[in-house]
Write a protein that binds this ligand. Structure first.
Ligand SMILES: *Cc1c(COP(=O)(O)O)cnc(C)c1O
Length: 385
C-alpha cells in the first residue's frame, strides 16, 4: 500500500538521536532549547515552547490565554479533533464556524456573520482557532482585523503548515495571532516521533506556556512568593502538566529541520504533478488563494459526483483495494458522537458536510517515488473513467 503520508528519516537523523542517547541528558538537556530557537528562527517568531505533542501545544496555548469555564472558543469543523478538544480541556465551550467550500479553511464571511450575531447576544468567543488545512494559510489579515474589532485572541493551528507562507511571511510568525501551534507527528512536515511546539511574540505568553508545560513549577526567584530556602528550592505557582519534549525527540526534529525546505519543495513538486495529470478528470483540485504558498501537507481532491457513476465510498474503497492508501481529512468534528452529546447535529455546518461527502486525500510525502506518483494517477484514472 502506498500510504497518504510518511516520515522521511535518514542516517543523519539517526546519528543525531544516537548522539543524544550517548550524552548526559536524554531529556531537559541542551537540545530542546536549541530546537526551539531554530524553529522560532525559521518561522520568524520571537519565542517557541516545545512540547510532547501538537495537542499539548494547543492545550498550553489555551491555558496561557486564560481560557476557563464560561469562555467560548470557536474553530473549524473540518480539522483533527484536537483543535477543538483543547478548549474542552479548559472547561470552555466550543462552537464551530463553517468552512469556505473552496479553501476548506474557516470561512471569513461566515465568521463575520457569526460574530455580529454573537455580539448582539453577548456571547463572543474569547479565542478563535483558525486551522491551516492541508497547508494553505487561512486569510489571517482578515481574521486579525476581526479579532481587533471584536476583542478575541487567535491561536493558529499550523499543524499542516510548517514551511507555508502567507503574504511572503512564514506561517508561525504570529503577525496576526497570539500563538501558533505546530505538530511533529510522523505524517506532518517534520517529525520528532510525537511532538509539538507553540510559538508567540509575547514574552508573557511564552513564560506562561513554559510554566504549564512543566507542572506549573518555576525556578525563577522573581516569580516566587518568598525568597528561596536554598539551592534546591522551586515553587509550584500554577497547575501545570508534564508536557515536556525529550532531547531525543528534539535532536530528531533539529536534524529534520535542516531538510524542511527540501521536503516542502518535494511536496510542491508532487502537488503540481497531480494538478497537471488530474486536470481532465471529474475532480475539483485544491484551490489556492493568491497571497500564500502551501507546504502541501495534504493534497485533497473532491469528486464531482454528478459526473461519476460511482459513489464517494466506492471510489475510496477501489483506491484502497488497488494499493493506494488514500485517507479522508477529516470527518467533521461536530459529527463525532462526543460532540453530538454536547448538542451538535450533522446538519449544523453544511459546507463541512459537503466536503466530507466528496473529499479524498491522495498520497503526498517527500519520499514518494515518481513510479508511485504515476501509479496513483493511473489508478485514479482507471477508476474514474
Ligand atoms: C496532527 C494535528 C493535531 C495534533 O497534533 P498531535 O501532535 O498529533 O497531537 C492538531 N491539529 C491538526 C490540524 C493536526 O493535523
Amino acid at each position: 500500500m502506498i500510504p497518504y503520508g510518511k516520515q522521511s528519516v535518514n542516517q543523519k537523523d539517526i546519528d543525531a538521536v544516537v548522539r543524544v542517547l550517548k550524552s548526559d541528558f536524554i531529556t531537559q538537556g541542551p537540545i530542546v532549547p536549541e530546537f526551539e530557537k531554530h524553529v522560532a528562527c525559521f518561522c520568524c517568531a520571537k519565542y517557541a515552547v516545545a512540547v510532547n505533542s501538537g495537542t499539548s501545544a494547543l492545550h498550553i496555548a489555551c491555558l496561557a490565554l486564560d481560557v476557563t469555564p464560561g469562555d467560548i472558543v470557536w474553530t473549524s469543523p473540518v480539522t483533527f479533533v484536537a483543535s477543538s478538544n483543547c478548549a474542552l480541556f479548559c472547561g470552555a465551550s466550543i462552537d464551530f464556524v463553517d468552512i469556505d467550500p473552496k479553501t476548506f479553511n474557516i470561512s471569513v464571511p461566515a465568521l463575520k456573520a457569526k460574530l455580529v450575531e454573537a455580539n448582539m447576544k453577548n456571547c463572543l468567543p474569547k479565542v478563535v482557532i483558525p486551522v491551516h488545512l492541508t497547508g494553505q494559510s487561512c486569510e489571517m489579515n482578515e481574521i486579525g482585523k476581526l479579532a481587533a474589532k471584536y476583542g478575541f485572541r487567535i491561536i493558529e493551528d499550523a499543524s499542516h503548515a510548517l514551511g507555508s507562507t502567507f503574504q511572503n511571511s512564514p506561517v508561525g510568525s504570529c503577525e496576526y495571532s497570539d500563538i501558533t501551534v505546530l505538530s511533529f507527528h510522523p505524517v506532518k512536515l517534520i517529525t520528532t516521533g510525537e511532538g509539538g511546539m507553540a510559538m508567540t511574540n509575547s514574552k508573557e505568553l511564552a513564560r506562561k506556556m513554559s510554566l504549564y508545560r512543566s507542572h506549573g513549577i518555576t525556578r525563577e526567584p522573581d516569580e516566587m512568593t518568598k525568597k528561596p530556602d536554598g539551592p534546591w528550592y522551586y515553587q509550584q505557582i500554577a497547575l501545570g502538566y508534564n508536557y515536556r519534549m525529550t532531547d531525543i525527540q528534539a535532536a530528531l526534529g533539529l536534524s529534520q529541520l535542516d531538510r524542511l525546505n527540501q521536503f516542502v519543495a518535494k511536496r510542491q513538486e508532487i502537488a503540481y504533478f497531480y494538478y497537471e495529470q488530474l486536470k481532465d478528470l471529474p475532480l475539483i483540485l485544491p484551490y489556492q488563494i493568491d497571497n500564500q504558498k502551501s507546504a502541501f501537507h495534504l493534497f485533497v481532491i473532491q469528486l464531482k459526483l454528478g459526473e461519476i457513476k460511482k459513489t464517494h465510498r466506492q471510489v475510496f474503497e477501489e483506491l484502497r483495494n488497488q494499493g493506494i492508501g488514500v485517507n479522508l481529512h477529516y470527518m467533521p468534528v461536530h459529527t463525532q458522537p462526543y460532540y453530538q452529546s454536547l448538542g451538535f447535529t450533522d446538519n449544523d455546518f453544511p459546507c463541512a458536510m459537503q466536503y466530507y461527502r466528496t473529499s479524498i486525500s491522495l498520497p503526498i510525502f517527500p519520499d514518494l517515488s515518481s513510479q508511485d506518483m504515476n501509479t496513483v494517477v493511473r489508478t485514479l484514472k482507471s477508476i474514474l473513467q
